[in-house]
Design a protein around this ligand. Structure first.
Ligand SMILES: C[S@@+](CC[C@H](N)C(=O)[O-])C[C@H]1O[C@@H](n2cnc3c(N)ncnc32)[C@H](O)[C@@H]1O
Length: 290
């Protein structure tokens, strides 16, 4: 019998946290941006937002006048195209850009014949588009990976038509599975608090967008939830395989120690690696009008 734990039922405890050395800053040699090429082939199997829920979100944005019913949409840091392919299917012209060649190749390969979607390799901090070229921007799970993320945000606003919307989408809670949270808590216990090279907190984006003069529009999507079971053994394997950029910048020695401690913690659970957590991620959007 496998244990199914409700989302959030198990928070990581770090019993030996007080025994660790005093917190230290993460290494200062951050790569400027997290290129997902090394994990491109495993991206879709480990991050998935049901396209039907995205469609429901886009329907709401169109109804609220936040997304035009037609036009050109930029997908910034498009990855494998998860956010914009449902829009391409509706006939929007998509300009997708990602720093990773393998990621854009996967996105392009998913397009059906006739879809007006073009996925290209480029850094979002310097896009090959003229001012005001697109009617809307969708961006998801990008800014935390880009140092100088404010430059990226300015660049997205530059290519957006006046009055257009920058739609910052997130699937909240999707990756906060207990194993990942435990690993993250261990990392924090060792002083690795700000683990991303770019934006650390969503509130930073809202404050920055406001400082550029962009208006913030509210759209509640929190009812757009789905269920997802996460087996602890699989979640540990994914961290072992370094699938999460959040942890890419930890020193190898710290990574190995935390990984081993996390394995011990899992093994000590009654169902060990077969423990299953029931996650209920939800969609969320911050929308900025230029
Ligand atoms: C977590 S993935 C998100 C992909 C997609 N937006 C989604 O929601 O599935 C982050 C993506 O940002 C890309 N990326 C990181 N830094 C970038 C940059 N400076 N310019 C363009 N893409 C970048 C990575 O290669 C990766 O594909």
């Amino acid at each position: 019998m496998r244990a199914v734990l409700p989302d959030g039922a198990l928070t990581a405890s770090v019993p030996w946290q007080g025994l660790l050395p005093q917190p230290v800053r993460p290494p200062s040699d951050f790569s400027p941006t997290s290129d997902f090429s090394p994990i491109a082939g495993r991206y879709d199997a480990t991050r998935d937002v049901p396209p039907g829920l995205l469609d429901a979100a886009y329907d709401r944005m169109i109804a609220a006048g936040l997304l035009p019913a037609a036009g050109t949409i930029l997908d910034a840091g498009c990855g494998t195209g998860q956010m914009s392919l449902p829009l391409a299917a509706r006939g929007y012209a998509i300009e997708g850009f990602d720093i990773s060649g393998p990621m854009v190749a996967l996105a392009q390969a998913k397009c059906r014949p006739g879809w007006p979607a073009r996925y290209r390799q480029a850094d979002v901090r310097a896009l090959p588009l003229p001012d005001g070229a697109v009617d809307a921007v969708v961006v998801s799970k990008l800014f935390q990976h880009v140092s100088g993320w404010q430059d990226a945000c300015r660049e997205l606003l530059r290519v957006l038509k006046p009055g257009g919307a920058l739609i910052h989408l997130a699937d909240r809670g999707a990756f906060g599975n207990p194993v990942r949270r435990y690993f993250a808590a261990m990392a924090e216990g060792m002083g690795f608090v700000d683990r991303f090279p770019g934006m650390q907190r969503r509130a930073d984006l809202v404050a920055f967008a406001r400082s550029t003069g962009a208006a913030v529009a509210a759209l509640d999507l929190t009812d757009l939830r789905w269920a997802k079971d996460v087996r602890y053994g699989d979640a540990w394997d994914q961290i072992r395989d370094r699938l999460f950029a959040e942890f890419w910048y930890l020193p190898d020695s710290a990574y190995a120690q935390i990984l081993a401690d996390t394995a011990d913690w899992i093994e000590a659970l009654p169902d060990g690696r077969d423990t299953v957590a029931r996650m209920t991620p939800w969609l969320d959007a911050d929308i900025f009008r230029r």
